[in-house]
Design a binder for this molecule. Structure first.
Ligand SMILES: [Zn+2]
Length: 439
């Protein structure tokens, strides 16, 4: 027997092509894909036997794509706040990682992150953390999609002895997951200040051999730029450009302190900017000139960064912060409009990860990665423009239902495949262990 079709009857469906807002329309799902979008009156006639999900006063938008995360770091959430990047890393995060990070930690932390991401509407994320093989197992069970970037750097960690071992492990994972429908592996050379020229060149070879993506933290702070100029007589962007790292398969995370020449190099290379406004603000890392970059035709995607520097994984609030920050930095209230912020959180992320033909917008033929946002609460009234209401007035707990590849992973605010109580208990157990050891 054929799988039943499902009709999502919504008040609004948001698209990225005119007319942008469809009112009183139905989106039809068959198995993993969107197969039709049409007026609800017509859908009831055309599909009389469909399972109907009534979503009154709801808007349907594509599932969010969180393009930069260190998922397992949710277990360090709130452990070391109100510190600048290098103090935070050197004195707190790296020692804690040295002590605690192993497979079990990554498994439990990634589970907590995925549960939080699903409940706040993320259906695809990119991760960069140790033991990606442990994260992959959690992703597989949870039903979410992920790009897992293997961390590559010069120094030893619990995951490996140095760059050669990290690269070897990356190759093994690239082989293992090459045909996986929801997991892709990418190379994650950590940052210009932790990766040598020689290792960057090895990463390029890997990228060419396996046709994989590469994600790198780049221009996170002015300090990073100044040190690079001292050591290499050029900005990190110029150094990576010279090495051949930057092209359409490269995702550059943070990108603060950019000169006009840097923006031109990125634009010409086709590389993507992964903008993490809340992490940049919290660590006072610097400001990313998103408006200028956008006008230079650079694709801008959004990421939360890890929960230890944000401190949540909420893409709706990230999109709002991105819109506000773009306006403040450029002194231009028209910068990153509501629809542009929504695109940065969805289709632009899909472009950066190279999956925009499959997901990132609500279109017939694409994967059914969909979230339903309830716009009925008082603080969203009245609704003149649902897109404006989503970005500027909504909170992520208004996301009532989430479908990933047609699977309903959140149903009326409840996770359907994950055990919330167990995940919370595991997080609490880790925190007591860590607190006890720090006494
Ligand atoms: Zn990061």
């Amino acid at each position: 027997m054929a799988a039943p079709f499902t009709s999502l009857e919504a008040q609004w469906i948001i698209q990225f092509n005119a007319p942008f807002i469809l009112e009183n329309h139905t989106l039809v799902i068959n198995e993993s894909h969107i197969v039709d979008i049409l007026p609800t009156a017509d859908a009831r006639q055309k599909y009389p036997t469909n399972i109907i999900v009534e979503l009154q006063e709801h808007a349907l938008v594509p599932g969010f794509i969180n393009t930069h995360n260190h998922a397992a770091m949710t277990l360090f959430r709130g452990m070391a706040d109100d510190l600048p990047l290098m103090t935070w890393l050197n004195d707190h995060i790296w020692p804690a990682e040295g002590k605690w990070v192993q497979e079990e930690f990554v498994k439990d932390g990634t589970k907590l992150a995925i549960a939080e991401m699903l409940l706040s509407g993320t259906t695809t994320f990119s991760d960069m953390y140790f033991f990606p093989e442990a994260a992959a197992k959690v992703v597989e069970d949870a039903g979410i999609k992920a790009q897992l970037c293997t961390p590559i750097m010069e120094f030893p960690t619990a995951w490996g002895s140095g760059p050669d071992e990290y690269i070897k492990k990356t190759e093994q994972l690239l082989e293992q997951y090459k045909a996986h429908p929801r997991i892709t592996i990418a190379a994650g050379p950590h940052a210009p200040y932790t990766v040598s020229d020689e290792t960057f060149v090895k990463c390029i070879k890997l990228k060419d051999k396996y046709n994989c993506k590469l994600q790198v933290h780049l221009h996170e702070t002015q300090f990073e730029v100044d040190e690079s100029v001292k050591q290499h007589q050029m900005t990190p962007i110029d150094r990576l450009n010279k090495l051949g790292v930057l092209d359409n398969d490269t995702q550059c995370v943070h990108m603060t302190s950019l000169t006009d020449a840097n923006i031109t190099s990125i634009s010409e290379s086709g590389a993507h900017i992964i903008h993490c406004p809340e992490s940049n603000l919290k660590l006072a890392s610097g400001l990313s000139p998103i408006n200028k970059a956008q006008h230079a035709n650079i694709n801008i995607a959004l990421g939360t960064d890890g929960a230890a520097s944000n401190n949540d994984l909420d893409m709706l609030s990230e999109a709002r912060s991105a819109a506000f920050l773009a306006k403040a930095v450029s002194s231009d209230a028209t910068a990153l409009s509501a629809i542009e912020a929504l695109k940065a959180a969805t289709i632009n992320g899909a472009k950066a990860l190279g999956i925009d033909e499959k997901t990132g917008s609500l279109e017939t033929g694409k994967l059914a990665d969909i979230i339903a946002i309830d716009l009925s609460p008082l603080h969203c009234q009245p609704v003149y423009d649902p897109i404006s209401q989503i970005i500027y007035a909504s909170r992520s707990d208004q996301i009532t239902n989430v479908w990933s590849e047609g699977q309903r992973l959140v149903e009326n605010r409840k996770l359907t495949k994950m055990n919330t109580a167990e995940i919370i208990n595991q997080a609490k157990a880790w925190a007591s262990k860590i607190k006890e050891a720090n006494k």
